[in-house]
Ligand binder design. Structure first.
Ligand code: NAD
Length: 284
């Protein structure tokens, strides 16, 4: 893109506050941008930034033609409405796919969102690229959050799976999960899913990233998933590790969405050069 049309994609990341996990995620996203040649425009704002000040930054990036994607790192401090901020990102730059218009389009038959949120998109990409057949299979998604569980279930449905959603009020989660050919766990409970929750040969995507105390490590903790990997890998035919599975895919999908957005912005120039292939293999 740089050589042909003299432009590169741009991603703006807005971070408010000093949460260590958010700072780490933002650093990884910026580093990934650098590696692939995407310009990043970050602002790190103090914890006491007002909602209006954050809205002004979103507006500034909405209006900046060099920015093709805007990401507001969640969670935001309690005095700022996430709904107001996420809803203020223009949908053409909503590379996180959190805008209600994009989530709404995902939920509707025959509608295609401009962007699909990165973590669930990465889950489907992992399945497709490893040759897992989704069509006609029974998929169980554990968790129903707006950013992972719910869009993951909608995406699996769009890929023609029969989908069951298990959540905190499901009385028999192990029994339901045992029927699944494909399991996506997005719960936030360390090692909730045990080996005996799985049908032999099931494919398991573990989204969870949970720090658990481990005094034998330098940091005093280690990261585990929502699935007990040691038990599950004895039963599953395929399983993603934590760390190193869904996390890096989420970042890859963010880069892919930013590239797609830049291609849309420079569509005519790109089309004239015939450089229109997609970075991700799955389209929804
Ligand atoms: P969330 O807290 O918003 O949602 C958790 C969901 O799990 C809820 O819908 C709840 O109903 C359900 N749940 C809670 N306890 C349950 C139980 N005992 N049985 C069944 N369902 C239960 O969390 P989230 O934002 O969806 O994140 C889930 C996990 O995924 C976390 O560990 C988070 O750190 C991780 N995460 C990873 C990535 C990544 O890039 N790998 C991205 C986002 C989130």
């Amino acid at each position: 893109m740089k050589e042909s049309v003299g432009k590169v994609p741009g991603l703006a990341v807005i971070l408010v506050g000093t949460r260590k996990d958010s700072e780490t995620y933002v650093r990884s996203k910026k580093k990934a941008c650098e590696e692939v040649g995407i310009d990043s425009y970050g602002v790190n704002l103090p914890e006491d930034t007002t909602q209006d000040e954050v809205l002004n930054f979103v507006k500034k990036f909405n209006d900046d033609p060099a920015v093709h994607g805007i990401l507001v790192q969640l969670p935001l401090p309690k005095h700022i409405s996430e709904e107001a901020i996420v809803g203020s990102v223009c949908i053409e730059k909503d590379v996180d796919g959190f805008h209600p218009m994009n989530i709404g389009a995902l939920a509707m038959q025959g509608r295609t969102p401009l962007f699909v949120s990165c973590t669930p998109k990465g889950c489907i990409e992992l399945l497709v690229r490893t040759g897992v057949v989704i069509k006609g299979k029974h998929a169980v998604v554990i968790g129903r959050s707006n950013i992972v569980g719910t869009p993951a279930a909608l995406l699996l449905q769009k890929q023609n799976a029969t989908v069951t959603v298990v959540h905190s009020k499901t009385p028999n989660p192990a029994e339901v999960t045992r029927n699944a050919d494909i399991v996506i766990a997005a719960v936030g409970v360390p090692e909730l899913v045990r080996g005996d929750w799985l049908k032999p040969g099931a494919v398991v995507i573990d989204v969870g990233i949970n720090p658990v105390e481990d005094l034998s490590t330098k940091k005093g903790y280690r990261l585990v998933g929502d699935v007990c990997y040691k038990e599950a890998c004895q039963v599953a035919s395929k399983i993603t590790p934590v760390p190193g599975g869904v996390g890096p895919m989420t970042i890859a999908m963010l880069l892919s969405n930013t590239l797609e957005s830049a291609k849309r912005a420079y569509g005519l120039m790109m089309a004239m050069l015939g450089a229109t292939e997609s970075a991700a293999t799955v389209s929804f």
